[in-house]
Design a protein around this ligand. Structure first.
Ligand code: KIV
Length: 298
């Protein structure tokens, strides 16, 4: 019986080294990334063997109940990242820099990125966009912080892009995306998210780059794929984008469990003896005597 090929070239324990992602691309093995926003979810992602946990600013919508990702704040993202890094020992944890945390200047972007690494234990940060984002990437990488890029549909600028819709569907737009991808690689990104981009465009970009591409709604040729935790598990109400595949109905499971709990409580069927604590008979008797003798207030 032949031994299966080793998935990683150098990794044996602890944190997955970043260069392993490039190795996976080189060998044509797919990279798995999933969002997670707390310790138990990150732990489950690790148990499932995913390579990258993204603490996405999608949390602003799926966890914090906002209509878009724009309101996400540094403090919220730091808190969620801290929780996720406690749960994910092996996967690379990437913190999404929220809108407003990197747009103003290279210096402010660097200050905020340092907070993700120092205060929240992130292994890398993700920045949306190209153009002005390029000098931010250079500043962060120059300071020793690993950066993941993100182009195509960049939800932080959805209004400017005309809404949550696919990008790069004209030759001119596709050319721009291609150039942006090359520029982000040259600026030092270690990988690049391509969101809602036509599959042939994502395929050409993936071929052209040395760094891995992680697709979401960008076709099967990308070097890896990412989905949002709540979308893939069926935890998010509302219209899921076309590119989501739902792998479970966790919202349904939770609702059934809560209904069963409520029914048990109302019927007096919970708690049972096994869920309660006893006390020594003599201590209980002494307590009852004190109550009977009205030595206790009430
Ligand atoms: O915020 C997020 O979850 C993301 C992914 C969709 C890539 O940016």
């Amino acid at each position: 019986m032949s031994t299966p090929p080793k998935r990683y070239a150098s990794w044996t324990h602890g944190k997955l080294p970043l260069p392993e992602l490039g190795e996976l691309k080189r060998r044509g093995e797919k990279i798995v990334m999933v969002t997670a926003y707390d310790a138990p979810s990150a732990r489950l992602a690790e148990a499932a063997g995913v390579e990258i946990v993204l603490v996405g600013d999608s949390a602003a919508m799926v966890v914090l109940g906002n209509e878009s990702t724009v309101p996400a704040t540094m403090e919220e993202m730091l808190m969620l990242t801290r929780a996720a890094t406690r749960g994910a020992r092996q996967p690379i944890v990437v913190a999404d820099m929220p809108f407003g945390s990197f747009q103003v200047s290279d210096a402010e972007a660097l200050e905020n990125a340092i907070r993700f690494v120092k205060e929240a234990g992130a292994d890398a940060v993700k920045l949306e966009g190209a153009g002005p984002t390029l000098s931010r990437v250079q500043a962060l990488v120059g300071a020793g912080i690993a950066v993941m890029g993100h182009i195509g549909l960049t939800p932080q600028s959805a209004t400017m892009l005309g809404g949550f819709k696919a990008q790069g569907r004209s030759a001119a737009q596709a050319r721009q995306l291609y150039k942006d991808a090359l520029a982000l690689e040259a600026a030092g990104c270690f990988s690049l998210v391509l969101e809602a981009v036509p599959a042939p465009v994502a395929a050409r970009i993936t071929e052209a780059l040395r760094i891995p591409t992680i697709g979401i709604g960008a076709g099967a040729a990308c070097d890896g794929q990412v989905l949002v935790w709540h979308d893939l598990l069926g935890l998010y109400e509302g219209q899921a984008p076309r590119f989501v595949k739902r792998y479970a109905d966790v919202a349904g499971e939770i609702t059934h469990a809560l209904e069963a709990f409520a029914a048990d409580v109302r019927a007096g069927a919970f708690p049972e003896d096994q869920h309660t604590y006893s006390m020594p008979e003599d201590e209980l008797a002494a307590f009852e005597v004190e109550l009977a003798e009205e030595r206790l207030p009430g």
